[in-house]
Design a protein around this ligand. Structure first.
Ligand code: NAD
Length: 360
């Protein structure tokens, strides 16, 4: 099959890591008989330098007209890069917000997987790390507290700030469907996280999630209160498969889940919109401190490309092949500097890409 992929290299290590992900995709394409046609899109600092804005309308249109978007990372250093002397709406990160909005991406997926070869990096108790974990947090991205009406005003002589947490049943239904669809490709277990003992929005969330669950009889559904979830993530992360939750809870829990893996260079992510469309990117930033030195770990971006195959193109076998090759590289003791430990073989960004290709 043929796929059109918009590629956003971005800033600093972005181009280095994206190049490795494309190399791996091409390798998989050759092996399984697909071709990936790339069209490059400027976004972030590089776009500011070329076009004066972090994302042009043309760039957004190019992204919209492709089957999926693969991104490196954007942004630079405040106080160092001139991009940060611009007003906020013209800075690199504004490009990210604009593309998410322009592409209608409403579901954020953050997998958190602990490779047993790296469990020394896990900050949890040894017995918990030994058990391992493999979860994906599906966070609603466009509703809730971050997008509700807000104001700060003086009421009866007292400064008062108000934020509104609003969800419609349609917003809840579409994210719940995404969560159950993802669970069908995994271990078929959904934990829906809310605060239904206090919040009306959570009570509606729970009701709609239960309705959606009826269409997925193979998937087991559990509900968990968000405060308990925060504790369970560090106490027994192995219990989680797919977590679905609203915007703010997801913001906090997905960072917590990333943290317990201990290795930022390994964490992929995706933002999905209607149908199969999605934007895939590593969870980390543009790492200006190591850019241009062939030191960056490309695995998070390579695993993001695997997610693209799985969730946008339904190429599960091909995604499995990439994930297995990453696993094999670790078993073979090959490491980039961020995950290096004694007795391992240190390689650069490009060599890590080659090693993964060799194992597909
Ligand atoms: P960062 O994630 O770029 O770097 C934090 C630390 O982790 C650095 O020491 C870096 O060298 C290391 N690191 C990150 N990715 C790595 C990799 N693949 N391999 C090896 N080491 C890696 O976070 P930061 O320094 O706070 O942010 C730098 C810039 O990235 C900022 O402008 C920030 O806004 C931006 N950012 C962008 C995104 C995105 O594009 N979605 C996400 C987060 C941060």
């Amino acid at each position: 099959m043929d796929f059109k992929v918009a590629v956003i290299p971005g800033d600093y290590i972005g181009p280095e890591i994206v190049e490795q992900a494309q190399k791996v995709l091409d390798h998989v394409g050759k092996k399984f008989g697909h071709s990936f046609n790339y069209v490059e899109v400027d976004m972030g600092g590089v776009s500011i330098d070329k076009h004066g804005v972090p994302l042009t309308d043309e760039a957004l249109e190019t992204a919209k007209s492709s089957d999926a978007v693969l991104m490196g990372s954007i942004g630079g250093r405040v106080g160092v890069d001139s991009w940060y002397q611009l007003p906020p709406h013209l800075r690199p990160e504004a490009g990210l917000l604009a593309i998410r909005k322009g592409l209608g991406l409403y579901a954020n997926l953050r997998p958190a997987y602990l490779y047993k070869e790296l469990n020394g990096a896990c900050p949890l108790k040894e017995s918990v790390a030994e058990a391992g974990f493999d979860m994906i947090i599906v966070r609603e991205l466009t509703g809730g507290l971050y997008f509700g009406e807000r104001k700060t005003e003086e009421i009866d002589g007292v400064m008062t700030a108000i934020d509104t947490l609003k969800y419609t049943e349609d917003e809840i239904r579409r994210i719940a469907i995404k969560g159950f669809e993802i669970a069908m490709k995994r271990r078929k277990h959904v934990i829906s996280v809310d605060k239904a003992n206090v919040l009306d929005s959570s009570r509606l969330w729970r009701k709609i999630v239960e309705e959606v669950a009826k269409d997925y009889p193979e998937v087991t559904l559990e509900h968990m209160l968000v405060d308990n979830c925060a504790m369970q993530l560090v106490k027994d992360p192995a219990q989680f498969d797919v977590v679905i939750t609203e915007n703010m809870f997801g913001d906090i829990l997905s960072d917590e889940a990333s943290m317990i893996t201990g290795s930022i260079g390994m964490l992929s992510s995706a933002s999905l919109g209607a149908g199969k469309f999605g934007l895939y990117e590593p969870s980390h930033g543009s790492a200006p401190d190591i850019a241009g030195q062939n030191k960056a770990n490309p695995i998070a971006t390579i695993l993001s490309a695997a997610m693209m195959l799985r969730y946008s193109f339904d190429l599960d076998k091909e995604a499995d092949a990439i994930e297995a090759a990453v696993q094999k590289v670790l078993e073979d003791n090959i490491r980039t500097i961020d995950i290096m430990s004694e007795g391992m073989q240190l390689v650069g960004c490009k060599e890590m890409g080659d090693c993964i290709c060799d194992r597909i």
